[in-house]
Ligand binder design. Structure first.
Ligand code: LLP
Length: 430
């Protein structure tokens, strides 16, 4: 399932040598493994056995059209968060009847578009949104299929910026008011009330957290049923954490200390909560993003300079926080390895900061990291960046967006062109 590995001293993706790939396409460069996307998707699907369910891939994790076409080919569904993502999902071949639309701030035109397309479910987040959906549906002479997102105030172990299911977060309807909101929604003329939705956060690595959410959602569906509101969909959302440490191994690489994610997998977490969810007797939906694609991608960058200053060693690379913002924004950990560990200076390790070229102290990929000693001109791979990598890239500091390449065995093809720097300005400068 994991398609990035060392052969002798060089890192390969499937049957493709990544140093050659970097030389051919330039850096910074996102590289994805087609087989890894397929394997992760099938592996997650395997947790359900023959059970009637639908996994709706959360496009926000990675919405490159080629990646989307691979996932649509696996006949799963999609979860979109905007009109743009809806267009991308439909273009890629996801059937409208297998698409859910989530988001706390849907615009009227986005709601109208979703209703016109007859999506599987619009996941509403407030009483006011429910009324707006009903009103727009009536104007279109339709009934919108709707689920209501409930905020169960579940404590999770993830970064505060990516927890979504706490009471003080902006998401969903407070669980204490859920029954009242569902009752009201069931009377709205433009709404066909189908389900309950919950998404408690992202990169969650505790099955107990998920179990608490599962118990809460099942308890609510039971209570609603007792009061005459029968739901057919139970949408448990996404958030399944993945392993970021010790992803690839080589005798010349340091063993990464303390690995909080080592014992969990998406499938083991799902297997623990499915028995709870099943008891609600609804069709189960999930909306995984990261767990489908994080391990399928890496970011390759080139060492521009090595500088010793203030008692530190800085490895200054040609990718920056505009290409991959996760370490800066969430202090997230990504393993960083040389594409060719044979270049390294024997088995010597150094403690370094791997930093980008932008004018921000927060522009870093790793701080005080023990790595093989590398020099100007060498390539590094920032691993497990298939999710929330390229999609969060920007033109900050006047930097063009990087290229994306898809590897299929020994073939590699460009799936997003490197943005030409000239796209950012009109005046000729050279
Ligand atoms: N469903 C909803 C309603 C969501 O808001 C999200 C993610 C997902 C599903 C997919 O969650 P996943 O399975 O990928 O954890 N940029 C952050 C992550 C933000 C997640 C936002 N919502 C990061 O880089 O860690």
């Amino acid at each position: 399932m994991e398609q990035f590995r060392y052969m002798h001293d060089r890192l390969w993706c499937e049957g493709t040598d990544l140093e050659e790939c970097a030389g051919r396409f330039g850096t910074p460069l996102y590289v994805y493994s087609r087989q890894s996307v397929i394997d992760h998707c099938r592996w997650i699907e395997s947790a359900f056995g023959n059970e009637d369910h639908l996994s709706c891939y959360a496009l926000k994790a990675n919405s490159n059209p080629s990646i989307l076409r691979i996932l649509a080919g696996e006949r799963i569904g999609a979860d979109v968060g905007s009109a743009g993502e809806l267009g991308l999902a439909l273009d890629a071949g996801f059937p409208a009847g297998q698409i859910t639309f989530s988001g706390v701030g849907k615009r009227d035109d986005e709601i109208a578009g979703a209703i016109r397309q007859d999506l599987l479910s619009i996941n509403a987040e407030s009483d006011e949104e429910l009324k707006v959906i009903s009103h727009i549906a009536q104007e279109l002479h339709k009934r919108a299929r709707v689920s209501v997102r409930v905020n169960f105030d579940i404590q999770s172990d993830t970064h505060p910026y990516i927890t979504t299911g706490r009471k003080h977060n902006k998401f969903g309807v407070e669980s204490s008011r859920a029954e009242e909101v569902f009752r009201e929604a069931s009377t709205l003329p433009g709404v066909e009330l189908l389900g309950v939705h919950s998404h408690i956060g992202s990169q969650i690595t505790s099955s107990e957290t998920f179990a608490a959410a599962a118990r809460a959602i099942v308890e609510l569906t039971d209570r609603l049923r007792r009061h005459g509101i029968n739901l057919s969909l139970l949408n448990f959302g996404g958030g399944f954490g993945v392993r970021y440490r010790d992803y690839v191994a080589h005798p010349r690489l340091p063993v990464e200390a303390e690995n909080p994610e080592s014992n969990l997998t998406t499938v083991s977490m799902l297997k623990e909560i499915l028995p709870i969810l099943r008891s609600a007797r609804c069709k189960i939906l999930i909306q995984p993003g990261r767990s489908m694609v994080a391990h399928a991608g890496i970011l390759i960058t080139k060492v521009l300079y090595k500088k010793r200053s203030g008692g530190k060693t800085f490895i200054i690379v040609d990718a920056g926080m505009n290409d991959l913002i996760r370490p800066s924004l969430y202090q997230s950990y990504h393993q960083i390895v040389p594409l060719n560990v044979g270049h390294a200076d024997g088995d010597r390790h150094e403690v370094v900061d791997v930093v980008g070229p932008l004018c921000e102290t927060g522009d870093f990929f790793a701080l005080d990291r023990t790595m093989p000693a590398v020099e100007r001109g060498e390539y590094l791979a920032v691993l497990c960046t298939g999710a929330y990598g390229y999609v969060l890239s920007s033109n900050y500091n006047g930097r063009p967006k990087p290229a994306e390449v898809l590897v299929d065995a020994d073939r590699s093809e460009l799936i997003a062109d490197r943005e030409p720097v000239e796209k950012l300005f009109v005046k000729r400068i050279v």
